[in-house]
Write a protein that binds this ligand. Structure first.
Ligand code: FAD
Length: 335
């Protein structure tokens, strides 16, 4: 134990600072990055170290300047035309190089589609560990290690993970968990441009960017929430038919997202979107608190579930007990 302890201390001397990877799109910093800045600042203060933000892309001067208005010590920028569109091969290369220049002791990345593509590649290159999809981060008092908490076994347990030997300690963090950082225009942070070697990727070429179909917006008047109870993804077109008839938008539970039936942008709930439509129609949704947290301010909740004791009925204004696809067929005939 003592030897291991000494090892930790030696390694901590070489690795310093908390680094956040900043995600941005169409000139806007993503919310998850602002949430990471807020949490990263808290962690850096506890450790008595600096907080830096890494931003990668092309024509990102405005984003780098905007980042200096947040409570960060340094903005590290890599701007190159080859980095205009996210390409995980190039971005992994660049992030690895930056980390090798600065030797941070902690690196935090959003657990988004991009972050989940980037972080494992970087961690593998650096031969360090990665805790994916964290929902809590703390500094352990005695050791100064990053205590990383994530749901495990389908959310039934919370696993607390540390990375005692290898550095940096790396985690991806679920969006929507932490408070976003505040912007103050009087702050004048420091931007450092870092030269890195960028080779055109031979594996992937971005040919075109196509905007994806509209996702559930938080201010729709009618939203139909799809739960695991619809049985299979092949039933989703039927739900879309009903949505078209009602002029409604679609949402989904996390169980549906995790099953890969729908894109994660449709997720409603504690770790998804919060919606407050006039009518929320819950199809085959059990009514777990993590889901109802996102729909509770809807005017009217109509729930269809075959289990009369399903928790969703406790908050529903209208409840229909029965097979969801049978009732969906009846509704399509009737409307
Ligand atoms: P299930 O729990 O599987 O329920 C399916 C329901 O369908 C059941 O009630 C069943 O009776 C009914 N059913 C089955 N067949 C039929 C049928 N033929 N006809 C009618 N009814 C039928 N979940 C979210 O939704 N959003 C979140 O943001 C979210 N965040 C989370 C964060 C954390 C940290 C954790 C641990 C969990 C989170 N969850 C979230 C997951 C949540 O706890 C539930 O697991 C999830 O909401 C369940 O989704 P579901 O109701 O679709 O599936």
């Amino acid at each position: 134990v003592f030897d291991e302890g000494q090892e930790i201390i030696q390694r901590k001397r070489e690795y310093r600072g908390v680094f956040i990877y900043c995600e941005h799109e169409n000139g806007c910093i993503k919310d998850v990055s602002l949430e990471l800045i807020c949490k990263g600042r808290e962690i850096a203060n506890q450790l008595g170290e600096e907080l830096s933000v890494i931003v990668i892309g092309h024509k990102i001067d405005n984003i780098a300047i905007e980042l200096t208005y947040y409570d960060v010590n340094k903005v590290i920028k890599v701007d190159n035309s080859l980095l205009e569109t996210f390409n995980e091969y190039l971005y992994v290369d660049v992030l690895e190089q930056i980390i090798n220049v600065f030797n941070p002791q902690i690196v935090l990345i959003g657990a988004t589609k991009y972050g989940m593509a980037l972080a494992p590649g970087v961690a593998t290159r650096l031969k360090t560990g990665l805790t994916a999809d964290c929902t809590e981060l703390e500094i352990e008092n005695e050791t100064g290690l990053l205590l990383q908490t994530r749901p495990a076994f389908g959310g039934n347990l919370l696993a607390r993970i540390i990375c005692p030997i290898h550095r940096p300690q790396m985690a991806t963090v679920r969006p929507g968990i932490f408070m976003p950082a505040n912007k103050e225009f009087e702050r004048k942070g420091f931007i450092e441009e870092v030269p890195v070697i960028i080779n055109k990727s031979e594996k992937v070429e971005i040919v075109e960017r196509v905007a994806k179909e509209s996702i559930c917006s938080s201010n729709a008047e009618i939203i139909i929430g799809i739960g695991k109870g619809i049985g299979k993804p092949e039933n989703i077109p039927m739900v879309k038919k009903l949505a078209n008839k009602l002029g409604a938008e679609l949402g989904a539970t996390r169980a549906v997202i995790d099953a890969g039936w729908m894109d994660c942008s449709y997720q409603i709930g504690q770790t998804g979107r919060v919606v407050s439509p006039k009518i929320y129609i819950a199809l085959g949704i059990s009514g777990a608190v993590q889901h109802t947290a996102g729909i509770i301010s809807s005017n009217t909740i109509i729930a269809i579930n075959r289990d009369k004791d399903a928790p969703i009925f406790k908050i529903a204004s209208i409840g229909i007990v029965g097979d969801v696809m049978e009732i969906l067929n009846l509704l399509l005939d009737e409307i």
